[in-house]
Structures are given as C-alpha cells and as structure tokens.
Design a protein around this ligand. Structure first.
Ligand code: C5P
Length: 290
C-alpha cells in the first residue's frame, strides 16, 4: 500500500495559556500542502514491526511516530500482525511542518484499511491525539482546519474547501527544538493577553475565502515567531530576504524554522523562487494547498 503523507503550514497560531500537563492551549489554522513523504506499508509474516527511513535525521526504531502509530493499533486491538513501514522523506525534519505527525496519521489511516479495522473517524481522531498534538489534523483529510486545545481538537473550515494557495517555502538547515521554543515562550510572555484570537481567526478565514492577498498578509500571525527568532536568528534573515524580494504575506510555520510566503499564482512563485537559489544553507520549495 502506497500513501502520500502531506506536510502542513500554520497560517495562524496563538497560545492562550499553559496547561497542567505541560502542553499549551492554542488556537491555530492548519493548511495541508503538496510537499509530501511517501510511505509504503506491507504485511510481514514474522509479526514484527520494522521501519526503514531514507534519512539519517529520522529515528528508525520504536521512537519513530509512524512505528508508534502501528504499535498503538496493535495494543488497542490486542493483536500482533507484523508490518514493514518504509518512509521516503521529502518534508524537512524538525521544520515546523508536521512531517512526523503526518507520517503517523498516514499509518493509522492506512492500517485501518489494510487490517480491516473499520475505525470511525472520531475513534481515529482520538488515537491520533495520543500520538501528538498535530496528528489529528492529518486524519481529517481537508485542506484547511481550525485547531483548538493542544491543536488536537480539529474542525474543517468548510468555507475554504475550494481555496488553493501557492507558496514559496524556505527552510534554513538548522535543528529547532519545539519544546525549547514553547519553554522560551513561557519565559518571554507576560500574563496579560491583549489579542482576540477568535476575531483574528475569523478575519483571516474571510481574507482566505475572498483571496484578498493584502488582507491575508495582515492577518497571518504566529506568536511563536518572535520566540523562535530570538533562539534562532537565521529565521529572521529568511523573513527579511523574502520581504526584500517583495513577498507581502510571510510567516513562520509552527515552531519553525520553515518560513513561507503566499503568492497569487504559480508564475509569480516561479519568478520569485529563482531569486532564492544559491544559498546552500536554505532549502527552497514551491508548494500549494492540497
Ligand atoms: O505533541 P508533539 O509531540 O508534537 O509536541 C511537541 C512538544 O511541543 C511538546 O512536548 C510540548 O513541549 C510542545 N507543545 C506544547 N503545546 C502544544 C503543542 C506542543 O507545549 N499545544
């Protein structure tokens, strides 16, 4: 079974506060994009779960989220089926685009079919939430969704079903630790919050629906951006470069370091991308909503 495991971008991300379990309550807008890993699942006779990944940056054992997704299903159904998981990586690792989470969601969806488990969407969403805060979004299978709680309570944004955006994506080759970004946010943030996330999210959703690129540029927001920039100044250099080239809508995704610019057409994206080539410390991609 061959599966396409898509990446995500966060077009909006605001933290509402810290929770007792160490996570943070947040409100976010997810977008699924065409950049993807390829995953093949094959039954194994010896009833073991084996995983191979073509990138040395990804753990290829029990700590891999895709392995844990398969193990979680075996535990839940008290069976041992055996499985070969092969992952061909394209999504940069630890980039803020949910590559590992997407792989885990793909394995849950794939095994639901391969093993004939007939799990409902809501059961799959619950299992996904056990694996990580970003995993449930990839179960939904919609281009845009709102995320609440840890980001794991997701609902599709039906008004955006037909919206397709083009992006130029720049990922500096620096390893970013998500927990340390959230920790720094705790240190840097004052107790009083002046933002109104519900209003902001509505505004951005409306801007996306109408494809009002100037409003999109103003409404994009990620509260972790200034935190990650403080820890990893290279992210600011990417941002400034994109702005100098004329991108109007620029934002960091998740906890970074991926930074994207939204453009109105593929043609515009291609002409801008040409001017970003040549820096071997940055990976550059052309992507669109899927
Ligand atoms: O759920 P996931 O493993 O992707 O989260 C990675 C880390 O990001 C968590 O261990 C936590 O430090 C931080 N996080 C958070 N609040 C969220 C999501 C992630 O504090 N809502």
């Amino acid at each position: 079974m061959l599966l396409y495991s898509y990446a995500k971008l966060n077009l909006y991300l605001d933290i509402l506060g810290k929770r007792k379990d160490g996570y943070h309550n947040l409100t976010t807008i997810f977008e699924r994009i065409s950049l993807c890993d390829r995953i093949t699942l094959k039954p194994r006779r010896d009833k073991k779960i084996k995983i191979t990944v073509d990138s040395p940056l990804v753990p290829a054992g029990r700590t891999n989220l895709a392995y844990r997704a398969a193990a979680l299903l075996e535990d839940t159904f008290k069976t041992k089926r055996g499985l070969d998981i092969k992952i061909s990586k394209r999504i940069p690792v630890g980039s803020g685009m949910g590559g590992g989470s997407s792989n885990a969601a793909c394995v849950l969806l794939g095994l639901n079919e391969l093993w004939g488990l007939r799990l409902s969407r809501s059961k799959l969403l619950r299992l996904a939430g056990k694996l990580g805060a970003d995993v449930p979004f990839f179960i939904l299978g919609t281009p845009f969704a709102r995320g609440r709680s840890r980001g794991d309570r997701v609902s599709p944004l039906a008004g955006l079903k037909k919206v397709r955006l083009w992006h130029v994506l720049v990922v500096p080759k620096i390893p970013v630790s998500t927990p340390s970004v959230y920790k720094k946010w705790d240190e840097m943030t004052q107790k009083v919050r002046l933002t109104r996330p519900d209003y902001d999210v509505k505004l951005l959703t409306l801007a996306l629906e109408k494809k009002d690129f100037s409003l999109i540029g103003k409404a994009l927001f990620n509260c972790l951006e200034r935190v990650s920039i403080r820890l990893y100044p290279e992210i600011l250099r990417v941002r400034e470069k994109l702005e100098r080239l004329g991108f109007k809508s620029v934002l960091m995704s998740g906890s970074g370091p991926a930074v994207f610019g939204i453009v109105s057409s593929k043609k515009e994206a291609l002409s801008l991308i040409r001017q970003l080539k040549g820096n071997r410390h940055w990976q550059v991609f052309l992507t669109r909503t899927v």
